[in-house]
Design a binder for this molecule. Structure first.
Ligand SMILES: [Zn+2]
Length: 249
């Protein structure tokens, strides 16, 4: 138990530093992990050892998924920052092909390859192939990639609803950098790692806590149940509340 708990603690600290989980979720989950360690060393009832084993196994099974989900989110968040920076650069120099190509690259990585390809196609003629070797190589690789059928479909603007064909960096209708809000919105739906973590922590809290309530005096038992329920509700609320990323931020 001590090894998965140790790994979990290191990961939790890491995630709270990178901002993947908020400090309150961190404290609650860390509390659950510590409780799990204590109870695994001093199991109050034989039946509980089995439950702890199950919960630890659950963690070991879920951990690779959890990590993968968090890493994907981290990478996407980096790409989104790069997209924001490229848009800022293009805002200062609206004809700058380098800024356009950077937008294309971030858009490709964020999962809109058709749009990336068309934006790059627009930028590359102004970028000499002898100077921008990497960019031209990247573009060649893109053209060799088998794209999904819907890669070149229009993307509607989240601000005004106008449909924008691939190749546009700003919305036809309102002039907003629609790709930023479109691809940013997609990212906020990807907090699945946090949800998985929340579900695990909640189940574990219940598994560890509830058997205790049967042996404690009724008053203590009831307050313990209320305490556990509060922790569970807090963890789940924090994980599943709707986060809206401010596109202007
Ligand atoms: Zn618009």
């Amino acid at each position: 138990m001590i090894i998965p708990a140790g790994i979990m603690t290191v990961s939790l600290v890491n995630w709270v530093i990178t901002g993947d989980i908020d400090p309150i979720t961190y404290i609650l989950c860390q509390g659950v992990v510590i409780a799990l360690i204590i109870v695994s060393f001093y199991p109050p009832f034989p039946a509980l050892s089995f439950m702890i084993l199950l919960s630890s196994l659950g963690l070991i099974v879920a951990y690779p998924f959890l990590r993968a989900m968090m890493t994907t989110r981290e990478l996407k968040s980096l790409e989104l920052d790069q997209l924001e920076n490229a848009y800022r650069m293009l805002g200062q120099q609206p004809r700058n092909p380098i800024a356009k190509f950077r937008i294309a690259k971030a858009v490709w990585d964020l999962g809109a390859p058709g749009h990336a390809l068309k934006i790059a196609e627009d930028a590359l003629p102004s970028m000499p192939s002898g100077v921008f070797i990497d960019e031209h190589r990247t573009f060649r690789n893109w053209t060799l990639t088998q794209l999904p059928k819907d890669a070149f479909r229009d993307l509607s603007c989240l601000d005004c609803g106008e449909r924008n064909p691939p190749g546009r960096t700003h919305c036809f209708g309102c002039g907003e950098p629609f790709l930023l809000s479109r691809l940013g919105r997609k990212l906020t739906g990807k907090g699945n790692g946090k949800k998985l973590l929340a579900v695990w922590a909640s189940i574990t809290a219940a598994v560890i806590g509830v058997p205790f309530t049967t042996v404690l005096p009724p008053a203590l038992g009831i307050s313990l149940v209320i305490g556990i329920l509060t922790v569970i509700v807090c963890i789940l609320l924090l994980a599943f509340r709707v986060e809206i990323r401010d596109p202007a931020a």
